[in-house]
Ligand binder design. Structure first.
Ligand SMILES: Cc1cc2nc3c(=O)[nH]c(=O)nc-3n(C[C@H](O)[C@H](O)[C@H](O)COP(=O)(O)OP(=O)(O)OC[C@H]3O[C@@H](n4cnc5c(N)ncnc54)[C@H](O)[C@@H]3O)c2cc1C
Length: 546
């Protein structure tokens, strides 16, 4: 019998298992992962090959239910089945986000361990920061995950200065030297967790030697005896038990964790009974509160592609170009509070100026410009990656739309029913329209943009997205083309499903450690937060229980 069983060997599960073993080798830890060990897989080391993993055997290939506010169309939501989880496919953006979001989280659950300062030790513990001269109060230099910036990798893209001037001239934003110190608003070098241009999956950076790892092993449910977790049952029917006083930790990701809980009889009785599952713990918030970041790509034809400005041109290439993404700058911006307040009031009734999304200013939008084109077919466009075009991206960082993850069946192999309810609120619509307009301004209304861009590739049947685009025209573009940034969270939220020590309410010896515990969206990409949650969980578990 194990001391600890971890369900899900993804990002959080691997960190937990590795660190718990490192800190207390006498603990017997079993890590159970539904997918395979991907060591040596052909398409993983090179980040540029991630596209080949989408819709592969490593992808759960989730589709959402038809999205009411996106023309009734479902959306593809990739999630990875394999030891190391999302780190097998993710884009490597290493983005800590905004201090204010973590501080709001801590205030909401009344526990400073989840504030920015409370998590800082763990942000630092996970990283080996690329700049040895960076502020040691903010950065770690001997953690497992090597980070790199555009500058530190030696990439020098031809449009670097032009694009900087577009963002700063168009939006009035300033350069910031460090975008990962909790104050990201401005224009900063993109930071990624590539090491010499290669992917670092969680199980490479956090070794699992000494941990009992079961791969290709799907957990059906947690075994509860009188509301105490005593082990897990596999889809095969086999059982794995923890010793008395041992612990089960669910780290199955924002889609997998609520599914495992619900299959275990922990959830909303009305929903569980639809699948013949007896409710053992009445916890209706399980699987609610799903949030996700939504984004829109836009595509732009270059005026002078012969200068070799983008991937596909034979002239685009240079020292170290393979060391990271074809991007220079990450841009984080607030939006004006007054019109956002009007939108929020349509959703929530009267709100005060102290509303969490108004006071700050908060980091509402993230944007960048890529010297590449991909994904255009989702908007009905055919744009070859031949160096003639580039693309931009913007993401609404603090969505207020909330959705659900529920069971479609009591069969553990069946996918969960995912309804992110994208674009449901007036506030989200307002923020996305602002993002669209900011990009139009940068591309059409700065001297650098006018020199650079010949025209936008407008999706068929859509109005040209010029400076005078109406709300309705922008909404149509978003309904057609918006998609996930693959940052689901919140489905076993702290304060709703788990307490601030990550313990499931109403159950003994059961914790959750993964993206599902984050109570509200963070203006970041989620891996930094997930690594920090797992690092902090190790301290909490060892202090409180072992
Ligand atoms: C395509 C893509 C691009 C991304 N890009 C970025 C990026 O650039 N930057 C960034 O910060 N973040 C990015 N992310 C998000 C980031 O990778 C995730 O937020 C993070 O990996 C989530 O970690 P997790 O531990 O919560 O879940 P996961 O890493 O998803 O791990 C969950 C694991 O649990 C396993 N599991 C589920 N159910 C069971 C079960 N019943 N039994 C056994 N095992 C089970 C799964 O197979 C999986 O391995 C991206 C994600 C994707 C999919």
């Amino acid at each position: 019998m194990a001391d600890i069983i971890i369900v899900g060997g993804g990002t959080a599960g691997v960190v937990l298992a590795s660190r718990l073993h490192q800190r207390k080798p006498e603990l017997s830890i079993t890590l159970i992962e539904a997918g395979p060990d991907v060591t040596g897989h052909a398409h993983i080391a090179n980040p540029a090959e991630a596209a080949l993993l989408h819709f592969s055997d490593l992808d759960y290939k989730y589709m959402t239910v038809p999205q009411k506010h996106l023309n009734g169309a479902p959306r593809y939501n990739c999630a990875i089945k394999g030891l190391s989880g999302g780190t097998i496919i993710n884009t490597g953006g290493w983005v800590r986000g905004d201090k204010l979001d973590y501080d709001a989280w801590a205030r909401q659950v009344d526990d400073d361990r989840w504030s920015y300062d409370g998590l800082l030790t763990y942000f630092k513990r996970s990283e080996k920061h690329f700049d040895p001269n960076a502020d040691p109060a903010q950065h770690g230099f001997d953690g497992p995950i090597t980070t790199t910036s555009v500058t530190s990798s030696g990439r020098k893209f031809p449009l670097r200065d032009t694009v900087f001037n577009m963002w700063s001239g168009g939006l009035g934003l300033k350069h910031i030297a460090d975008g990962n110190n909790g104050h990201p608003q401005g224009i900063t070098d993109l930071v990624e967790n590539w090491k010499d241009g290669k992917r670092q999956i969680a199980s490479d950076t956090y070794p699992l030697v000494g941990v009992k790892v079961l791969t290709d092993t799907l957990v059906r449910c947690i075994i509860l005896e009188n509301k105490v977790a005593v082990g897990v049952e596999l889809a095969s029917g086999q059982k794995h038990l923890v010793r008395q006083g041992g612990q089960v930790i669910v780290s199955s990701g924002a889609y997998g964790t609520p599914k495992v809980l619900q299959l275990s009889g922990i959830g909303n009785p009305a929903l569980l009974s639809q699948h013949g599952i007896d409710t053992l713990v009445d916890l209706p918030q399980v699987g609610t509160n799903l949030f996700d970041h939504m984004m829109l790509f836009r595509y732009w034809r270059l005026r002078h592609p012969e200068k070799g400005l983008a991937i596909g041109s034979p002239l685009f290439g240079g020292p170290n170009y393979e060391k990271g993404g074809p991007v220079d700058w990450l841009v984080t911006a607030p939006i004006p509070a007054a019109p956002l307040k009007v939108a929020l009031e349509k959703d929530e009734g009267q709100v005060s100026d102290d509303h969490p999304l108004l006071k700050g200013p908060r980091s509402h939008l993230e944007m960048n410009l890529l010297y590449a084109v991909f994904g255009a077919e989702a908007q009905g466009l055919t744009i070859p990656m031949d160096g003639n075009s580039i693309m931009t991206f913007f993401m609404g960082c603090l969505p207020t739309s909330r959705g659900t993850v529920t069971l479609g069946s009591s069969d553990p192999v069946a996918p969960p029913v995912i309804d992110p309810n994208y674009f449901a609120t007036e506030a989200d619509k307002h923020v996305m329209r602002e993002g669209f307009r900011m990009q139009s301004k940068v591309m059409f209304d700065t001297s650098e943009g006018k020199d650079l861009i010949f025209e936008e590739h407008t999706p068929p049947g859509q109005a040209v997205g010029g400076l005078d685009a109406t709300d309705e025209q922008i909404d149509e573009r978003i309904k057609l083309g918006a998609s996930t940034v693959f940052h689901p969270g919140g489905t076993a939220a702290m304060g709703k499903v788990v307490d601030t020590s990550l313990k499931v309410y109403g159950v003994k010896n059961l914790r959750i450690v993964d993206a599902s515990v984050i109570p509200n969206p963070i203006a970041s990409h989620s891996q930094v937060t997930v690594y920090a949650i797992a690092e902090q969980a190790v301290d909490i578990i060892l202090k409180e229980d072992f």
